[in-house]
Design a protein around this ligand. Structure first.
Ligand SMILES: [Mg+2]
Length: 228
């Protein structure tokens, strides 16, 4: 596909982008977050759940809300919430093959993961998919000083850190809202959205228009096969 000839950096979100939402890893993380809030703030189940949703909607991530309102230790929180079981996720040989082609068939191209989770979480999940060694750089929330996507500050930290020219880079994401700043900065944007229903917590991220989304695919591996 002609629109990708200039691309040098292939940037992928992790959760619900490199694996489909059907594995419901977020449900496990969600339960862990509620558990942490219950314990840390001494709340009952319903109160803790309501607090969690309030923090998420007010601050963009539950972590940022807990840091702002309760001064929690982010490492302790992240270590707790990312303790998940990835045994339902099978290796993805086709995705591995497409990621391999990016550097095999294109000179000086790089494959990058950029997630609002931790690098440790990313590696845990990518180990299950058997694709960890297919990435040149993994950037997590700690590397952007806990500033999350979709904030412009987060992307600008990311671009600087990995020395990226957004105009020769593509971003793959499952959340439309996380493609707004990349598009403004000149990245090519691809929405990866399987036909499955998204997590209800992510619904807010789908509101608004689609002008910042250049490509949409339900099939990441098939899309990569065409554009690499
Ligand atoms: Mg995602």
């Amino acid at each position: 596909m002609a629109g990708f000839d200039h691309i040098k950096n292939w940037v992928f979100d992790l959760d619900n982008t490199l694996y489909p939402p059907k594995y419901k890893l977020f449900d496990q993380i969600d339960v862990n977050m509620t558990g942490y809030i219950k314990k840390y703030l001494g709340l009952g189940q319903d109160e803790a759940y309501a607090k969690q949703k309030y923090l998420y909607q007010t601050y963009g991530t539950t972590l940022n809300g807990l840091m702002a309102e309760h001064n929690i230790d982010p490492d302790e929180f992240l270590g707790h919430v990312h303790q998940i079981d990835t045994s339902d996720i099978p290796p993805n040989a086709e995705l591995r093959n497409q990621l391999f082609r990016i550097t095999e068939e294109r000179e000086n191209n790089r494959r990058i993961v950029y997630t609002n989770g931790t690098r440790k979480h990313a590696i845990n999940v990518m180990d299950a998919l058997e694709i960890t060694d297919m990435f040149d750089i993994i950037i997590g929330i700690r590397q952007t000083d806990f500033v999350p996507k979709p904030k412009a500050e987060a992307f600008d930290k990311f671009f600087k850190m990995v020395d990226i020219n957004p105009k020769t880079s593509v971003m793959f994401e499952d959340l439309p809202v996380n493609l707004k700043v990349p598009k403004q900065r000149g990245m090519t944007t691809v929405l990866v959205q399987p036909a499955e229903v998204q997590h209800p917590d992510s619904k807010w991220a789908f509101d608004g228009n689609d002008e910042h989304i250049e490509y949409k695919t339900k099939d990441l591996e098939g899309f990569l096969e065409e554009v690499i």
